[in-house]
Design a binder for this molecule. Structure first.
Ligand SMILES: [Zn+2]
Length: 425
């Protein structure tokens, strides 16, 4: 993304909020993400709540409305990233992260929310943030004071003592533990209740070890099946879905058997795991872009040498297993782990998914209809149809043959409000 383009957009992003009004967008082409067909000359009409009222080749426009002219571009629904960490930056990894205060984390979230929205991601699921900074960010965005995507947030990620979602950097005498640590089924249930009490829309749990944590093994199970069952049961009872971080083969299967809704990373999934995911309807999320960033930039960003070594061992398996799971027709949603790499580059994963076996429309479906289904928001985002938000991205070029055009949208709208409009287009 060009620096100048980013600056131009930031000006738009930080412009005073515009009062909602009905409007329309005329698209040279519109991608029907359900069928993969490009429809010619379509106009999207929306009301003063930013909700689509009609889509067609010659719809009646409300009085006084002139359609925004995107007749040289292709429109598609606002994109969805189901695995973000908006309140974190790559430089917060390793020991440098210990110096980040709660207010700094919140401010970081505001900065990254704007970047993410500007990149065409109008909805995100944020899976892990300290001190409920993600709840504050979501609420600030919903109140209209901060530009950013629609957010579903988890609050602190749950994990075992010493596991991936604990913080293991300091010696014993500091007695430091992360907010989401809970051991045993009843402590885990209590933590689910606490996260929901303070505003979580979903529960994030670390089932296996991870890459960017100290002293644990990505392939090793951390939560037991009994604990995962307790977490899933408690969350579902309280009307929340659960996302499980799981690289390891056993943890992936345990999480699926426990009834968890999505497996994050999914790196070492085997045939049985894929079959179980299909049987249970579990979504798989493979963050296959950020490997490149960790290997190339991780050391400079302060990531631990052991983390970079873990990534080197794991990345290739994850990409091969992504291809295998997709070819086996498992359900896949688009999640990138932004925050591990710089926010705003979320669309770079599309090309990676195509490189590893998807067609462009498969990858776009993962970031629209599939992601909306996983979020439980099929009724409001993921398609450009009546009664859904006017969340619109437009690109030039042929996105069904070159998915990289999604890395530089010329137009982004969220709920009927323009976020980004490149001049001269
Ligand atoms: Zn993550």
């Amino acid at each position: 993304m060009q620096t100048l383009g980013r600056l131009a957009v930031l000006c738009l992003v930080f412009a005073p909020p515009v009062l909602s009004a009905p409007g329309a967008v005329r698209c040279g082409k519109l991608l029907d993400v359900r069928t993969g067909k490009l429809l010619a000359d379509q106009t999207i009409v929306f009301d003063d709540r930013g909700s689509i009222t009609s889509v067609g080749s010659n719809p009646t426009l409300p009085a006084g409305v002139t359609a925004i002219d995107l007749s040289g571009a292709t429109c598609l629904p606002g994109l969805i990233d189901v695995h973000t960490h908006l309140t974190s930056d790559p430089s917060y990894n390793g020991y440098a992260g210990l110096g980040v205060s709660v207010p700094k984390e919140a401010i970081t979230g505001a900065k990254n929310a704007a970047r993410t929205l500007h990149a065409g991601f109008t909805t995100v699921r944020n899976v892990g943030a300290g001190n409920f900074t993600d709840v504050a960010l979501r609420d600030g965005i919903n109140e209209g004071g901060i530009p950013g995507p629609r957010m579903l947030v988890s609050g602190p990620a749950m994990g075992i003592t010493g596991g991936h979602c604990d913080n293991n950097l300091l010696p014993f005498e500091f007695h430091y533990r992360e907010d989401g640590v809970a051991d045993g089924p009843w402590a885990a249930r209590a933590k689910v209740r606490e996260n929901i009490k303070y505003g979580a829309d979903l529960i994030k749990v670390c089932a296996s070890g991870g890459v960017l944590s100290k002293g644990d093994l990505p392939g090793a199970a951390q939560y037991t099946l009994e604990e995962l069952v307790a977490i899933a049961e408690e969350a579902h009872k309280l009307g929340r879905k659960v996302a499980a971080h799981a690289h390891g083969t056993q943890s992936i299967k345990d999480a699926i058997r426990a009834g968890i809704d999505s497996i994050e990373h999914s790196s070492l999934i085997d045939d049985e795991g894929i079959a179980l995911a299909k049987q249970h309807g579990t979504y798989l999320v493979f963050d296959i872009y950020n490997d490149d960033f960790i290997l190339q930039e991780g050391a400079k960003a302060g990531m631990l040498p052991e983390s970079i070594e873990k990534e080197r061992n794991l990345g290739r398996y994850q990409r091969e297993n992504f291809r295998h799971a997709f070819q086996s027709r498992a359900k896949i949603a688009y999640g990138t782990d932004s925050g591990v790499y710089p926010h705003g580059d979320n669309a770079k994963q599309f090309a990676k998914m195509v490189e590893w076996g998807m067609t462009p429309i498969d990858a776009i479906q993962a970031a629209t209809i599939n992601a909306a289904d996983l979020l439980g928001w099929k009724d409001r985002v993921g398609v450009l149809e009546p009664d859904h938000y006017a969340d619109i991205v437009a690109v030039t070029g042929d996105l069904l043959s070159d998915v990289k055009v999604l890395e530089s949208p010329i137009f982004v709208m969220k709920g009927g409000q323009i976020v980004r409009q490149e001049s001269g287009k």
